[in-house]
Design a protein around this ligand. Sequence first.
Ligand SMILES: [Zn+2]
Length: 372
Amino acid sequence: MRGTWRIAKIFGIDVNIDSSWLIVFVLITWTLADSYFPDQYPGWESWLYWTVGVTTSILFFASVLAHELAHSLVVIRQGEKVRSITLFIFGGVAQITEEPGRALKEFFMAIVGPLSSLIVALVFGILWLVVRGFSEPVGALARYLAMINASLAFFNLIPGFPLDGGRVLRALIWGISGNLRMATLVASWFGQGIALLFMLWGIWQVFTGAFINGLWIAFIGWFLRNASISGYRQVVMRDVLRDIRVEDLMSRDFEAVSPALTIQQLVDDYVLRRRDHAYPVADGDRLRGIICLHDVKTVPRQQWASKLVGEVMTPWEKLATVSAEDDGNTVLTYMNTHNVGQLPVVEGDRLMGMLRRGDVIRFMQLRGELGI
Ligand SMILES: [Zn+2]
């Protein structure tokens, strides 16, 4: 199950939470209220432990968000786009649409995350020093948040890509060598090496009795390893796609449907038979629009026999199209930014082919299997 919910929009950035994050929220609150605070500060009423526990969890969540916002704001200042921030099981991920174009930009983008966590840690640290004499619960909360934010900063400074520290390392190598791919490869090796250490440490903990702790550490290692590998693959993919034309990626094996077709005919003769999600609508080879399953679902079942494809489709004027001459990287970036799964390839208003995200991925897989 993978659900995300949008909870806020800050500086034009969608803030989402992943369903996995809710589990973490409950676990953290429970650990704080049921064991951490009672161990550290005995003698409070039970409701107080829970109130401080929930508040601490929410502020922890806000701290992680501040860290991600710091990254995003730097990216926006640099003139790029940030689509969304998703808070998930290990914290946050800012969806930045394009790999940063220059080493120095990337350096600032990466370093600002741990720095902001350190600043938040410092603020809570000062709060702790000020209030601990007056209020034990507020002091406990501040002390915990100071520690957790400091850990967040140091964890992210580990020089393994794609952690912030790994990005800093990559930016340094990139700046010196001018080679992004090589810099990513080296930073990704560091990432995988560190991931392996985490996994070994976790397994060692499991066998020496700290079962749950060990599983967590091993899991973080495994997660880090996957992220390192896929981060490097993404860079390679962009590198390769920059030199590939849409013409070589698009599929010519598509069936265009007529705008005069009824929805019923479309479903019977195309959707159920070909099992594609979207169909270009064309008169001869002149593109009129696109109809996808989502459009079909907006028409009530009883009207399927009477409504025409031409009335329901997204018309040509509203469609994003690409040219066969465009390069693969630009187009894939566009698809990711605008969250579209397919684009018609046109010359003037003539439909040349369809480019689906799946085509691009298959193309890369085939190249990989052939060792190109
Ligand atoms: Zn970060």
